[in-house]
Design a protein around this ligand. Structure first.
Ligand code: SF4
Ligand code: SF4
Length: 464
């Protein structure tokens, strides 16, 4: 089977229950954002920009769990911000699993290995030594980190453990060069790969989560699938990048670029995704085949944004993950008070001009599962996609040149770093402050790196 039976049964049962009750609108996936703080500043991320004035705010654990209870979605995607920064992330995952939810932890991967070391410490006995040795031999664990694990964990808190009911959902937007450019930091891709290797070695389920932008080369995305499939990743979420308000404003203000050069129109999306059904045969792409047909331009769907509601520090965000016309105190109130007929694209006509180019997963994937715009044979297609054997790991994936950037000294900052170094040498500067451990210079370096990254990103985007 492509997806574990228990999960498929749970989701199908949830849909059938509501269909029998004739519930007009209900949730399939809760997008839970306990906080918007993030350690990265990815190009195209509207989240950290839209909520820039409340980055320090966070939801209480009780609020998070009550939100899951209230909307009753069988799947909860914990996102943000970076959810691994949330101080109660372990309790949150544990609490949601305790409520029988399928949990996705959507992460940029930077803190994943730390969380898995905490898990190892919580279960440490000498019988774990072969696992530690294996991790060390793969250079996924240092001796110092192994020593900390051997001390065990006695704070009484839960840890994030491998289970078929939880996925690490790792943000990956391309191979090394592209990904590091988009997340605006070199080394992040490499860290993600190491975290994924460690996770698979420890028995976690892992998915990748990719946004396709105008400048994305789809051949690279296919190579990315091959590489991560070969690494044993369990599935891939892929969605078109859409020019929602906050990301658009940031693009203009911070990078001085026209959003049209970066985000996709509907026609461009269809062109980029024309091979998605073929990808679905070779790789475990999450999302219904009906949504895949929609992305490939073979059919229209009606937006069902209410099926993937977003709950964050300000309340229930309406109408969708991308657009904000208001926040409501409860899911029920949001369902009742929002005029859902004002949004989406119906028969090619945008009801709201802001929806015109949107084909994103959080608006349209549930439409495929819920049978809006139903066509004969759709149920069989969805059934077959779920129950047919899962594609095997891509045998040739190891041949993909995934590390084509910073690890070869060819990252997007390479030129700028060389220029800085040449400048330092001619000024008699003692060298790179980070490697010299000179904290007094670190802030200056970070900010000059940051400017260089922004400049590099702007130049790259300008090529689109
Ligand atoms: S890691 Fe996620 S939340 Fe953080 S900046 Fe990137 S896209 Fe935004
Ligand atoms: S089409 Fe739906 S998901 Fe897309 S922006 Fe409009 S309301 Fe949001």
């Amino acid at each position: 089977m492509r997806f574990p039976l228990a999960l498929t049964t749970k989701i199908a049962g949830h849909i059938i229950k509501h269909k029998l009750r004739r519930t007009p609108r209900f949730a399939l996936v809760l997008q839970l954002e306990p906080l918007h703080t993030c350690n990265l500043t990815c190009t195209g991320c509207g989240r950290i920009r839209e909520y820039s004035t409340s980055l320090k705010d966070m939801m209480s654990l009780e609020d998070c769990l009550a939100s899951a209870e209230e909307c009753d979605a069988p799947m909860v995607s914990i996102c943000g911000g970076e959810p691994l920064i949330y101080p109660k992330i372990d309790e949150l995952v544990d609490g949601l699993l305790g409520k029988g939810r399928l949990v996705y932890v959507c992460t940029n991967g930077v803190f994943m290995r730390r969380k898995m070391r905490e898990y190892l410490a919580s279960i440490y006995t000498t019988s774990l030594e072969p696992t530690l040795a294996k991790l060390a031999s793969e250079k996924l664990l240092t001796e110092k980190e192994a020593a900390v694990i051997r001390h065990g964990k006695s704070d009484g808190r839960p840890s994030i453990q491998p289970t078929p009911w939880m996925y690490w959902n790792v943000h990956i937007d391309g191979l090394e060069y592209t990904h590091d450019l988009i997340v605006e930091r070199e080394g992040v891709f490499q860290e993600c790969v190491e975290a994924i290797k460690m996770a698979k070695l420890l028995g976690y389920q892992v998915a990748t989560n990719t946004t396709v932008y105008k400048e994305t080369d789809v051949r690279e995305i296919e190579d990315m699938f091959k590489f991560f499939s070969w690494l044993g990743v369990d599935g891939h979420t892929i969605s078109p990048g859409y020019d929602y308000d906050a990301a658009k404003k940031d693009m203009v203000k911070r990078l001085g670029k026209d959003p049209k050069d970066f985000f996709l129109t509907r026609d461009m999306t269809r062109e980029k995704f024309k091979d998605i059904e073929r990808w679905g045969k070779h790789f475990t792409i999450f999302g219904t085949p009906v949504y895949q047909e929609f992305l490939a331009g073979k059919r229209e769907l009606t937006c069902t944004a209410w099926a993937i509601p977003t709950r964050n520090v300000k309340g229930w965000k309406a109408p969708c993950y991308l657009m904000t016309d208001g926040h409501y105190p409860s899911y029920r109130e949001m369902l009742e008070r929002v005029d859902w007929n004002k949004y989406g694209v119906v028969d090619g006509l945008a009801r709201d001009s802001r929806c015109e180019n949107c084909m994103v997963h959080c608006g349209y994937d549930p439409s495929g599962a819920l049978g809006t715009n139903y066509r004969r044979g759709d149920n069989w297609k969805n059934f077959k996609y779920n129950f047919w054997p899962r594609p095997r790991p891509y045998a040739e994936g190891g041949k993909v040149q995934a590390f084509n950037g910073a690890s070869l000294g060819k990252g997007h900052l390479a030129e700028a770093k060389a220029a800085l170094q040449a400048n330092s040498a001619s000024n008699g500067h003692p060298g790179h402050p980070k490697s010299a451990g000179q904290d007094c210079c670190a802030a200056a370096t970070v900010s000059s790196d940051r400017l260089t990254v922004e400049d590099a990103a702007a130049r790259k985007i300008g090529q689109g």
